[in-house]
Design a protein around this ligand. Structure first.
Ligand code: C5P
Length: 414
C-alpha cells in the first residue's frame, strides 16, 4: 500500500455503535498507509471494542477520560486535539453528532472536538430512523455548514434488522476520504472544474403538491464523488433525494428544473458537465398560489404543462464558455444505441451514457431508478463502448477515469 499518509497524524474518535468494530480495520489501513493514529474511545464505544484491541492496533495508549491527571500531564485534551493533522470520528453516533452540532463538551471526545483547530471528518452510523429523524437532519446540516467533512452513511442491512441508510461507510471508503483530505493532493483532474446534476426534479402544482419521478440520485452522486477523488473541483446540483451528499463535492440542493438550470448557469464556466439528473420534461404552466381545494368547482382540476428547459442541451449549445466535455445520460428500453446516437446529435453533447433498462428482470437489478447496478454504453463521435453490468460506484469510477484520460489526451495534443 502506498505511503500516502506518511508523517500524518490522525486522532481517531470511536463512539458507541456496533460499527465500532470496523474502526479497528480502519486503524489497520491507516497504519499501513504510514499514518500515526491516536485513539479516543468514548465510554459507550468501550462497550463495543476494548481499549486493549484499539491500543494494540494504534501502538499507543487509548485515551478515555477527560479528567485523567496522567493524561492531562502527558497530553491534555487541547494538545491531543491539536497535535493531529485530522480528527476522524468513526463511528459518529447520533448522540455525538448532536453534541458536536451544539458545541457540547462533557467528555474527552466532545471536548477534543470542540477544542480542535484541525479539520474533522465524521462517519455517521446509526439506525435508519435515527438517521432520518428531523433532529439528525438538522444537526447534519449544521455540521456541514460548520465545515465538518461527512462520509456516508451507506444503505444496507443494519445490525438491528432494519434496512436503509445508517451503515457506517466502509473502512476503505473512509481511508480514501482521509487520503483526499490529507494526501499529496493532485490527481489527474486537479485544476478541472466539474458540474454534475443528479436526482429528480420536483415541479410544484401548488404549495403542497408536485410532480416528480423515482430517480434516486445514486448514479449522479457516485459520479460526483468519483470525479472529486481524481482531484476535480466538483459541484453537484441535486434535486431532492434521500441519499447523503457525496464526499469531496460541494452540493447545491434545488427542487425544480428551472432552479437546477439556474444553479448550473451560475457555476459557468466549467471544464466538465455531467448531466445525470432525471429532469422533469414538463413543469406546471400556472402554479397555484394557494392549495387547490376539492369541491370548489364541479370539474376535476386540469393540469396544464409547459416544457421545461433542457439543461444538457443548454450547456452543450453554450456559445463562448461551453464546457470542454459535456456528457448526458439516456435511459432506453429499446434500440438503445440508435436512440443514444440520435440524442447525442440532437442535444449536441460529447458523450451519451445510455442506460440499458430492458434486462430480462424488467430492469430491477440494472437500471436507473433506485437500483445499485447499471449497464451502460458510452456513445460518442468515436463510436460505442459497451460495459458489462456493474455497480453504480464502479460505473462512476470507470467514467471518471475515462474523463481524465480524455483531458490527458487533449493536453498532450496541444
Ligand atoms: O431527453 P431526455 O430526458 O431523454 O435526455 C436525458 C438527458 O438529458 C440526461 O442527461 C438528463 O440529465 C438531460 N436532461 C436535462 N434537462 C432536461 C431533460 C433532460 O438536462 N430538461
Amino acid at each position: 500500500m502506498a505511503e500516502f499518509l506518511k508523517d500524518k497524524r490522525i486522532l481517531l474518535i470511536v463512539s458507541g455503535g456496533i460499527a465500532a468494530y470496523k474502526s479497528l480495520e480502519l486503524v489497520r489501513l491507516l497504519t499501513k498507509s504510514s499514518a500515526t493514529v491516536r485513539a479516543i474511545l468514548t465510554s459507550a464505544g468501550s462497550e463495543f471494542v476494548t481499549p486493549l484491541s484499539l491500543g494494540s492496533l494504534t501502538g499507543d495508549r487509548v485515551y478515555t477520560d477527560l479528567f485523567d491527571l496522567t493524561d492531562e500531564a502527558e497530553m491534555g485534551h487541547i494538545e491531543l486535539s491539536r497535535d493531529a493533522d485530522l480528527l476522524v470520528v468513526a463511528p459518529a453516533t447520533a448522540d455525538l453528532m448532536a453534541k458536536m452540532a451544539n458545541g457540547l463538551c462533557n467528555d474527552l471526545a466532545s471536548t477534543a472536538l470542540l477544542a480542535t483547530d484541525k479539520p474533522v471528518l465524521i462517519a455517521p452510523a446509526m439506525n435508519v430512523r435515527m438517521w432520518e429523524h428531523t433532529a439528525t437532519r438538522r444537526n447534519l446540516a449544521q455540521l456541514s455548514g460548520d465545515g465538518i467533512h461527512i462520509i456516508g452513511p451507506n444503505e444496507g442491512d443494519m445490525a438491528c434488522g432494519e434496512f436503509g441508510f445508517g451503515r457506517m461507510a466502509e473502512p476503505a471508503e473512509i481511508l480514501t476520504a482521509i487520503e483526499a483530505l490529507l494526501g499529496p493532493g493532485g490527481g489527474p483532474l486537479k485544476g478541472r472544474k466539474a458540474l454534475v446534476t443528479s436526482g429528480p426534479t420536483r415541479e410544484a402544482i401548488d404549495p403542497v403538491r408536485y410532480l416528480a419521478n423515482r430517480s434516486s440520485g445514486k448514479q449522479g452522486h457516485a459520479i460526483a464523488a468519483a470525479l472529486a477523488r481524481l482531484g476535480a473541483d466538483v459541484t453537484l446540483v441535486s434535486g431532492p433525494v434521500a441519499i447523503p451528499d457525496p464526499f469531496g463535492a460541494k452540493t447545491i440542493h434545488v427542487e425544480s428544473a428551472k432552479e437546477m438550470l439556474a444553479a448550473c448557469q451560475e457555476l459557468s464556466p466549467v471544464d466538465i458537465a455531467v448531466c445525470v439528473a432525471a429532469v422533469a420534461d414538463w413543469g406546471i404552466a400556472d402554479l397555484a398560489g394557494q392549495k387547490i381545494k376539492k369541491g370548489k368547482s364541479s370539474t376535476t382540476p386540469m393540469l396544464k404543462l409547459v416544457e421545461n428547459p433542457d439543461i444538457l442541451a443548454t450547456l452543450s449549445n453554450k456559445s463562448g464558455n461551453r464546457p470542454a466535455l459535456v456528457i448526458g445520460f439516456a435511459a432506453e428500453t429499446e434500440n438503445v444505441i440508435e436512440h443514444a446516437r440520435e440524442k447525442l446529435a440532437r442535444k449536441k453533447c460529447d458523450w451519451i451514457i445510455a442506460n440499458d433498462v430492458s434486462l430480462p428482470d424488467g430492469g430491477k437489478r440494472s437500471g436507473v431508478m433506485g437500483s445499485d447496478h447499471n449497464r451502460v454504453h458510452i456513445v460518442s463521435g468515436d463510436g460505442v463502448d459497451s460495459w458489462p453490468e456493474m455497480t453504480k460506484a464502479e460505473v462512476a469510477a470507470g467514467l471518471a477515469a475515462r474523463i481524465a484520460e480524455q483531458f490527458n489526451t487533449q493536453d498532450s495534443e496541444q
